[in-house]
Design a protein around this ligand. Structure first.
Ligand code: C2O
Length: 598
């Protein structure tokens, strides 16, 4: 039966999920995602939440490497939206990348759209989320790609069970787009109410004496569990710990890493880590804590809102009575960013047939500074400084803040028709306009030195790459107005993480630190706070790809650029024509940035 031929309502009622086996052992895995608003109650308050199939987190997509995936999105929500398959390579399939007005028109309320893509050449944990600002806080789910020959072909002992651990946030806002509009126009701060594990707030939260439910996992003594950890939160990097247990990290961003044993996982928004946990503690109950970290003062201080779940031994002798107080892990200081620095720096890729060698040739070099700045609300000159209301604070790459263009059709469509159609995009320069001490702590609060450096421009920022070019990018976090780290995500490509360091990057000195032997391969690289990271990628996937910070506030404030990869010389190296059922409505109406997702 072809579920696609059913009317939508019937599909929604009968089939959320199906698998059609194909001959070569691969399958087409089909899902129907009905996006609706449902009421959820936490902390004594009912909130209308926009979710897929009534679930938070949304449905897991589980496939075998080489399968094809079809997801029929039925938008019954009041918002325009798209879904992005975060980390899926989408080789020669940029059309399915799900970025509004870049790769497709948004799916309007009461409209449907089908995404079709392959899960080939990747194994591990990825995820999907709405790619309209902030809505991903409630529209997200995990995407699991298992090896073709099943769990026996994992490059680690076969786990007893596989468990998704999705770190998120509870927002009591009906229209999350408001958060983005506030950030873009720099008018108000919104904040979430609690962190969550698998959408449970946990017992650190209560209201009128009603304690929030906690995520619970039953462990059998001696067994090994594979946790598939995802940070789906908008705002923070998290430290994850389990009392009395260690993690053995075996993969990140669907790429295997050499087994790395640690008691703390540091995970930034957008990242995924697969970690083994052996149930080898004495039978009892143990808290798993996810705690957001943040830079210390003088950075702005957010409320610290950790969450916790419980791991409990199911059939241990004694020590496992339901009333027992679980053991708590000792958590690091929420300002300790070096723990994250070392965690990420200790990862190396595993020697594995799927992993290709690092190219030695370099065709292009970019040095990109990441930070904040400001533009005048009106005109070219205005008063800067902490007290000024004449400025909008923006986030930048090389001192330019991305501006959503007003366009009548997706840029990818215009580019496909003729690459010169999008020549008007402004080129992301190789280097920032000024060299200064990028990590000078005195630039964090506004002051005369900082105010000199603060003026910024806005543009639809893009960079073109020849097909096959090997590109080196050094990302440099700066201390302009804040000193956050920056989880930079590149669509359609994985990046080799060659090195990271504290302070300012120095080519003469730092190239010697590059790991060209077994660097980890990632789709989201955490650029350390007051430090830098060097990555290398091969521009082998023609299309128009988003590259942005996965902190939602940085993204809304403009820390975005488009990486445009040109066609190669052959059909196999060129962007194919758009799928036949591609969205074409509203052709002639210019879509204003606010309408991309409203
Ligand atoms: Cu996970 Cu462009 O995003």
């Amino acid at each position: 039966m072809d579920s696609r031929s059913l009317p939508v309502a019937a599909t929604a009622a009968l089939i959320f999920f199906s698998v059609i086996a194909l001959s070569a052992g691969t399958a087409i895995v089909e899902h129907t995602f009905v996006v609706t608003q449902v009421t959820m109650t936490h902390l004594c308050k009912d909130t209308l939440v926009t979710v897929v199939n009534g679930q938070l987190p949304g449905p897991a997509i589980e496939v075998t490497e080489g399968d094809s995936i079809a997801v029929h999105v039925v938008n019954k929500s009041p918002f325009n939206l798209t879904i992005h398959w975060h980390g899926v390579r989408q080789l020669l399939n940029c059309w399915a990348d799900g970025v509004p007005m870049i790769t497709q028109r948004p799916i309007l309320p009461d409209h449907n759209f089908t995404y079709r893509f392959d899960a080939s050449g990747q194994e591990g944990t990825l995820w999907w989320h709405a790619h309209v600002p902030c809505l991903r806080a409630t529209i997200h789910g995990i995407l699991i790609i298992r090896p073709r020959h099943g769990a026996i072909s994992y490059p680690f002992p076969k786990p007893h069970k596989e468990i998704p651990i999705i770190i998120g946030e509870w927002w009591d806002l009906e229209d999350l787009g408001q958060v983005d509009r506030h950030l873009r126009h720099y008018v108000a701060d919104d904040y979430f109410k609690a962190s969550t594990i698998n959408a449970k707030l946990g017992d650190l939260y209560n209201c009128s004496g009603v304690v929030e439910e906690a995520y619970k996992l039953d462990l059998e003594p001696g067994k090994t569990y594979l946790l598939r950890v995802l940070n789906a939160a908008l705002f923070s990097e998290y430290y994850l710990k389990i009392a009395g247990h260690k993690f053995i990290v075996v993969a990140g961003d669907a790429n295997y890493v050499s087994p790395y044993t640690t008691d703390t996982i540091a995970i930034a928004p957008g990242q995924t880590f697969d970690a083994l946990v052996v149930a080898d503690a004495s039978p009892g109950r143990y808290y798993m804590v996810a705690m957001p970290n943040q830079p210390p003062k003088p950075d702005y201080q957010s409320p610290v809102l950790p969450t916790r779940g419980v791991l409990q031994y199911s059939n241990g002798a004694g020590g496992n009575q339901p009333g027992d107080v679980p053991m708590s892990p000792e958590m690091p200081d929420n300002h300790n960013h070096m723990l994250s620095f070392y965690f990420h720096g200790n990862l190396t890729s595993l020697h594995h047939p799927r992993h290709l060698p690092v190219p030695k040739r370099i065709d292009e070099r970019l040095f990109i500074t990441l930070g904040l700045g400001s533009v005048c609300r009106q005109g070219q000159s205005c008063e800067r400084g902490a007290e000024s209301d004449e400025v909008i604070v923006v986030a930048t790459m090389n001192n330019i803040s991305y501006e959503l263009p007003t366009v009548s059709r997706p840029l990818l469509e215009a580019h496909y028709q003729n690459p010169s159609n999008i020549d008007w995009l402004q080129e992301l320069p190789d280097v920032p306009p000024r060299v200064f001490n990028f990590t000078d702590n005195s630039l964090i609060p506004t002051g005369p030195k900082e105010e000199q450096l603060e003026p910024t421009s806005k543009a639809a920022l893009a960079r073109r790459f020849r097909y096959g070019a090997v590109v080196d990018v050094v990302f440099q976090s700066t201390s302009m107005l804040q000193s956050e780290s920056n989880p930079m995500h590149l669509h359609g490509h994985d990046m080799f993480v060659l090195a990271q360091g504290s302070g300012n990057y120095d080519m003469e000195r730092d190239v010697a630190k590059y790991n060209l032997v077994n660097p980890p391969l990632v789709n989201t690289v955490l650029v350390p706070r007051l430090g830098w990271v060097a990555v290398r990628f091969i521009a082998d996937n023609p299309g128009v790809w988003y590259m942005h910070c996965h902190f939602e506030f940085h993204q809304s404030m403009g820390m975005i650029a488009l990486f445009i990869v040109e066609d190669g010389p052959t059909a196999n190296t060129s962007l194919p024509s758009p799928p036949v059922d591609f969205l074409t409505y509203g052709d002639d109406n210019n879509l204003m940035p606010d309408e991309y997702y409203l």
